[in-house]
Design a protein around this ligand. Structure first.
Ligand SMILES: Cc1ncc(COP(=O)(O)O)c(C=O)c1O
Length: 356
């Protein structure tokens, strides 16, 4: 047996040693939980998804590599969104798309800008690149000041979740167009929750070659377990992103299922209405209980209490089998992010909240 030489330097890149790694919300395996913590859709997906999965699994499709370009999905999505297929790039969830974007635009020692508090994965992705993350605080009313567009030599990418998480609030497309017009870098509008909102930024992509919109199938299409998302950008950007993605980043089952899902726009419209109706009921009920609730355009609500600590609510709910997300943002404060579940789930949640 040979003894390894004394390590002269760490095995792992310093940039990786320096970061904490992204910690996703709790996903308990087994047990009966009411899960209102990771913004999943509480309803099953369109029945067309099950049919597409069965058809794909029964033939010889799975014996072959999948289509690297997810052509069937791109064609159908292009029709639904009113763009050409060349404007779409698919990924293994929108997290994969975000990873591709950060790797495409941000090099070591360069800068990624994001609002704060927002989706913490952006910070992790910058850290993996050995890049700096410039976090610009939201104002107390969750609007974003002009400092977000301040010039910086090393700035390569800005990412704004719209609707934002954890607030559920939305910046109007005109404001995003204004910020993007002033920023000297690519701008990603992360519309993971865009299908629940009143506005979106797809038209900005046509007007500005630096804007990229990302979408997820995990929320509005009830397919978090499948992993599918996509980006919409001008073809010159998509071409560069293609060089960065894994060859087969979407498998044959997810391509077939996502194509069937986006084809069923009637299902999407009905699901959206149900979620929005329950969101209104949840917002009103939480306000009656004394919470401040941000006006949400997503499938969750951000609640803070003017004088009660938030963590005990999370703990008491968990003890009763209900998971919500307790979020604590350093330098900003904490609160509860509650996913819009079914009416029955929200009733059970409110029943416990009333006892607290
Ligand atoms: C703002 C935001 N973007 C992206 C994602 C990731 O979505 P996906 O499941 O498509 O990777 C999430 C997930 O919670 C999110 O909150």
């Amino acid at each position: 047996m040979t003894t390894p030489p004394t390590a002269r330097r760490p095995l792992v890149r310093p940039a990786i040693l320096a970061i904490d790694g992204y910690v996703p919300g709790e996903q308990p395996q087994g047990g009966k939980w009411i899960k209102l913590n990771t913004n999943e859709n509480p309803y099953p997906p369109s029945p067309a998804v099950g049919r597409a999965l069965a058809a794909t699994a029964s033939g010889r499709t799975l014996a072959k590599y999948p289509d690297p370009m997810a052509t069937a999905f791109r064609r159908r999505a292009a029709e639904v969104l009113g763009v050409d297929p060349e404007w779409i790039l698919c990924g293994n969830g929108s997290d994969d798309i975000l990873t591709i974007l950060v790797r495409t635009f941000v090099g070591e020692g360069e800068c990624l800008r994001m609002p704060y508090p927002s989706y913490i994965l952006y910070r992790t992705l910058a850290g993996i690149q050995g890049a700096r993350c410039d976090e610009v605080a939201y104002r107390p009313d969750w609007t974003l000041g002009d400092e977000f567009a301040a010039a910086a030599d090393d700035l390569r990418l800005a990412i704004i979740a719209n609707p934002n998480s954890p607030s559920g609030t939305v910046l109007p497309p005109e404001r995003l167009a204004d910020l993007a017009g002033r920023l000297d870098c690519a701008v990603v509008v992360d519309e993971a929750y865009g299908d629940f909102a009143e506005t979106n930024c797809l038209s900005l992509v046509k007007a500005n070659p630096r804007i990229i919109v990302t979408r997820s199938f995990s929320k509005s299409y009830a397919l978090a377990g499948l992993r599918f998302g996509f980006a919409v950008a001008q073809p010159a950007i998509i071409e560069q992103m293609l060089k960065v993605k894994d060859s087969y980043n979407c498998d044959a089952l997810s391509i077939a299922a996502a194509t069937a899902a986006i084809d069923d726009q009637a299902w999407l419209a009905e699901n959206r209405s149900k979620i929005i109706a329950t969101r209104t009921r949840l917002t009103d009920a939480m306000r009656r209980l004394g919470f401040t609730v941000q006006p949400s355009q997503a499938n969750f609500v951000w609640c803070t209490h003017p004088d009660r600590p938030h963590r005990p609510f999370y703990e008491a709910l968990k003890a009763q089998g209900i998971l919500v997300r307790f979020m604590n943002y350093a330098g900003w404060g904490d609160g509860l992010r509650i996913t819009v579940g079914t009416d029955e789930e929200i009733d059970a949640f409110l029943t416990v909240m009333k006892t607290l």
